[in-house]
Structure formats: C-alpha cells, structure tokens
Write a protein that binds this ligand. Structure first.
Ligand SMILES: Nc1ncnc2c1ncn2[C@@H]1O[C@H](COP(=O)(O)OP(=O)(O)OP(=O)(O)O)[C@@H](O)[C@H]1O
Length: 416
C-alpha cells in the first residue's frame, strides 16, 4: 500500500527533529530511510507507526488519511532492534501471539506458513533463549508478518547482530519482502545495509531528505557532499567551471569543462588508443564529454552537464568535482602515452599503497588535491606502483560529477 507523507514535520520544544517532508513510498517497495544518528529517521518511522504525533502534515495509506489514527488501528506493524520475544513462550506461540490476541482459534496453519517463510519450521518448539540472534530476529519478523500488515516498519532490525549474521539476514529480509510483496520501510544508519536491500533509499541529514532514489543512482550521481561521502567514499576536487569551448553549437550538450590546479595538460588529446579502462558500472556515458584537455590548451576535466548538481553553473562557478576511487585507473608515468584519449587525467605521486586483499588502495598526492584515493582490483598489478612513484590518474568523464562548492566538502565523512 502506497504511503504518502505530505509536509510531515516534528518538533520537540524548540528543536526540529524532522523538517516538513514530502515522501511517497510506493506500494510493495523496500524503502530505506538512511542517515547518521540523530538525523530524524526513527522519528519519521514512528510517525508512520503512530507512536509519535506529527507537529504538522498528513500521512496517507493508499487513499486513507491515518494521521490521527492510534497505532493499533493502523494496518502497520513494527519490528524493533530489541525484538523482545516472550521468553516463556515457544517459537510457535510467539508467532501465534497476534492471532490469539485477536481471538483467532485455529492458528496452526498460519503459524506453520510463517515459520516456513522465515525458515524456522524445525524450531517451532524451542524457547527464544535456545535460538541464535538471527533466529530470534526471524521469529520477530514472523510474529509481525502473521498479522498481515499492509506495511512493515523495521527500526534497525539487524542492529544487534554481528556483521556476518547481519549480511545473511539482509539477503533473507530481501527474500522475505519479495515473497510477501508488502511495503517494507527500513530505518538504518548502515549504508551498505540500505544499498543491499532497498529499491529506494532516502538519505536523511539534519532532519531533511538530502536525496532520494535507487541505491545505484545515489551512489553514481550524488547531489550533495553529504551523500557523496556518506555512501561510500568520494574524491572531491576543488575546481572552477570554464567557458564553453569554441565551436560548440548551441543546443548540443558538449558537457562541462572545469579547471583544477594541475589537471594534466601534457598529454595531447588523442594520445593512446585506449579502449576504456574505467569500470563500467552505473552512470551512462554523458553526451559530448570528450577530451580531458581544453581546445585552448588549458588544463581541464570534463563531465556531462546532467552530472553537475549546480543549477545554471556558468564560467567561473566554483564546484567540487567528484569521482569514486574505483573509477580511477592508475598508470605509471612512464606509460602515460597509453592513457585512453578523452579520459580525465591528473598527474601525481603515490604516497601510500595498502593491500586490502580484494583490492589495493592507493593514496595519491596531486596539485589538484592533496590526497586522492584509488581502489584497484587485485589483478595483474604493476609492481612499479609503490610509494614515491609518479603516476597518471585517469577516468572517464562520464564517471565524474560536480557539486556545489559552498557546502562542507567533508560532510558525512565521519558520520555514524
Ligand atoms: N522525545 C524526544 N524529545 C526530544 N528530542 C527528541 C525526542 N525524540 C527524538 N529527539 C531528538 O530528535 C532528533 C532525531 O531523533 P531520531 O531518533 O529520529 O534520530 P535517528 O536518526 O533515528 O537517530 P538514531 O539512529 O540515533 O536513533 C535527535 O536529535 C533526538 O535527540
């Protein structure tokens, strides 16, 4: 059932926990509210559950306005982090609880179905203390789902589990949601958890939704520094928008060129024969984004216009140019001629190389940015890539984004 929040807000005294918020959560979707502690995500969830009264705004479930309905009259169930099973009841009776309370006599079949769904059929007669954390969480899930809610709210449901179990349960929850097909609204501060499970993620920051969209869109095309840093890692480089190139006809999108300190102008456009070494995930190639060096010989980076989050950016506008560490390729300076034509490129010096097993992480000092992070898959490593080595960093213009430079470049970096 579609949930529509219109202008919903919450104040506690003078403090605004949730600023007026408009949000549509489509029927049957797995929707995540993601943000650091204190950003207002739990308050938003509690307003949907009816556990917190909004200061203003309305909540619709389908066409029904439920803003003033008490929690037990809403077709909504919540699973909390501390799932508080009844210790004296066995698994089956814990799951049957909601039905019994409503006076349903024959519960056996439904309980069996639910235990099947959460793969606990064999544990029906165990007491909660005889279960692992993950199994207990599944019982809590079955106990909520047996009431056939139209919407299931999950408040950090995996927070008490260790990392490995949490990963397993993420996949499990996703499977269960797909199987039952009802709307799940999931609150978490764990970006990986949100990205793994949700169809749509609303990233919240200081009581507001910063950006909303499918995980890949948020990751590939962040629109604020908070989203760029909170979801994974981003390199953000100070830059300034350059005037359009001569010969660009109006109406065609030639992309945006920006100037940074030290973008590599030494490589002539057209050097190399590269077939594109950038990782291919996500972002489609932007139209017209071409060579990394401006026609007038000025050092420049390029990006597609659609990936610039600054409205009406014109020559002289200050921006932060972003690129994800795994999109960057490192080439030893001696092989600079092999860098594919049209790639954005910077020259620099490796200051650190760390072996992470699945990949190598390099830190590179460049005139444009004192520390750029690069992840390279752990295959066929060039053993010249050691601290001190001169390198060319290069990546596709279509993997580049630009953000408003007026923001704090470090927003979201340390947020938990
Ligand atoms: N009953 C209350 N009275 C006063 N302030 C409150 C109350 N409940 C929440 N807040 C404040 O509102 C803000 C948002 O809280 P909320 O619980 O929604 O955050 P959150 O993003 O879910 O954080 P966490 O992950 O830590 O639970 C916080 O600064 C919190 O201190």
């Amino acid at each position: 059932m579609t949930i529509t929040l219109s202008g919903i807000s919450k104040r506690f005294g003078d403090f605004t926990a949730v600023h007026p918020l408009d949000l549509t959560i489509p029927e049957g979707s797995f929707f995540a509210l993601l943000g650091a502690s204190g950003c207002g995500k739990t308050t938003t969830l509690r307003m949907i559950a009816g556990l917190e009264e909004p200061t203003a705004g309305s909540i619709l479930l389908g066409d029904d306005d439920i803003t003033r309905l008490p929690p037990h009259k809403r077709p909504v169930n919540t699973v909390f982090q501390n799932y508080a099973l009844f210790p004296h009841l066995d698994v089956a009776e814990n799951v049957a609880f909601g039905l019994r309370r409503r006076g349903v006599r024959s519960v056996r079949k439904q309980v069996e179905e639910m235990l099947e769904l959460v793969q606990l059929g064999a544990m029906a007669r165990r007491k909660p203390r005889q279960l692992s954390g993950g199994q207990q969480q599944r019982v809590a899930l079955a106990r909520a789902l047996i009431n056939r809610p139209r919407v299931l709210l999950l408040d950090e449901p995996l927070g008490a589990l260790d990392l490995k179990l949490r990963r397993q349960m993420q996949l499990e929850l996703k499977r269960i949601q797909t199987e039952v097909g009802i709307t799940f609204v999931h609150v978490t501060h764990d970006q990986e958890e949100a990205m793994t499970m949700a169809d749509s993620v609303a990233v919240m920051y200081q009581g507001r939704v910063e950006q909303l969209g499918p995980p890949a869109e948020l990751y590939e095309n962040p629109r604020s520094t908070f989203v760029a840093n909170f979801l994974g890692t981003s390199n953000l480089i100070e830059a300034e928008v350059l005037p359009p190139e001569e010969g660009t006809s109006a109406g065609t999108d030639a992309g945006i060129r920006v100037k940074t300190a030290g973008a590599d102008a030494s490589a002539s456009a057209g050097a190399g024969t590269g077939t594109g070494t950038g990782s291919g995930a996500g972002a489609g190639a932007g139209s017209g984004a071409g060579a990394g060096v401006g026609g007038d010989g000025e050092a420049a980076l390029r990006l597609p216009s659609a990936r610039c989050a600054v409205e009406g950016a014109e020559a002289g506008t200050k921006v932060l140019v972003g690129v994800r560490p795994e999109k960057i390729s490192l080439t030893h300076a001696d092989e600079a001629g092999t860098v594919p034509a049209g790639h954005n490129r910077l020259t620099g010096r490796i200051t650190d190389a760390s072996y992470l097993g699945v990949s190598w992480q390099y830190l590179v000092e460049t005139p444009a940015c004192p520390e750029l992070t690069v992840y390279a898959q752990n295959v066929e490593r060039d053993d010249r890539l050691v601290p001190g080595a001169r390198v060319v960093l290069h990546w596709r213009p279509s993997h580049t984004f630009a953000l408003d430079a007026a923001q704090d470049a470090a927003a979201g970096e340390e947020a938990l």
